[in-house]
Design a protein around this ligand. Structure first.
Ligand code: OGA
Ligand code: MN
Length: 218
């Protein structure tokens, strides 16, 4: 696979990595090519129309359960079935190399799903992995909603890892906005959305399943 791709603006990578090191989270605009954001949005709409999304649950394996009171999105795992998916995964491959070079994280794998939050849905405050049993290391979210209105809701709230009651930022899910953060330390929440809300959530992983334990939330 190409190590570099015009689908990802490599000049934005240094600032992104610096922010991640300093704060544990970062927001980038314009990292992913706007045309690719559009084709990904169309693909998610097509998947929804073809009934190819499934209700997202919490917990892995036998502990997996639907909890609409905790999260209300419908998802579809990226599996390289389309060109936009392969292009997005190639862009994340470039990011993975940059993170490995700058942070020595030993990331080796990326998994991601499309997510659609219907009006009224949300995802309660959570972290994406638990320290000590974490093989999800860095979380990513790319938003796919062109012209998201000010009163659309559906922001992602980011909380202080040291003081989880303290909100640090509220990020509008506008197309092209890309967020990444440390999976085991940064609490975050999807506020109730007023409009259908489209995104791709993804995780860079290490191959470190400890005692056969893997992360929840898939
Ligand atoms: C998740 C998640 C945030 C978002 O899927 O784990 O926190 O803004 N998503 O979609
Ligand atoms: Mn999350």
């Amino acid at each position: 696979m190409m190590s570099d791709t015009p689908l990802l603006d490599t000049t934005a990578l240094t600032g992104l990595v610096d922010d991640l090191v300093e704060h544990g989270w970062c927001v980038a605009q314009g990292l992913i090519d706007p045309a690719l954001c559009l084709t990904l949005q169309r693909e998610l709409n097509d998947l929804a129309e073809r009934d190819a999304l499934s209700a997202a649950g919490i917990g892995r394996g036998e502990a997996h359960e639907l909890r609409r009171d905790i999260r209300g999105d419908a998802i579809h795992w990226l599996n390289r079935e389309s060109l936009p998916q392969r292009q997005y995964l190639a862009a994340m491959d470039t990011l993975q190399h940059a993170l490995n070079i700058e942070l020595y994280l030993g990331l080796f794998e990326f998994e991601a799903h499309f997510a659609q939050y219907p009006p009224g849905s949300f995802y309660q405050k959570h972290v994406d992995s638990f320290r000590g049993r974490a093989n999800r290391v860095i979380s990513t979210v790319l938003y796919l909603n062109p012209d998201w209105p000010d009163d659309g809701g559906g922001e992602m709230a980011i909380f202080d890892p040291a003081t989880p009651e303290r909100e640090l930022a509220r990020i509008r899910p506008e197309a092209g906005t890309f967020v990444c953060f440390l999976s085991d330390t940064v609490p975050h929440e999807v506020l109730p959305t007023r409009l259908p809300r489209a995104s791709i959530a993804g995780w860079f992983r290490r191959n470190a399943s400890l005692n056969g334990l893997v992360d929840p939330a898939r």
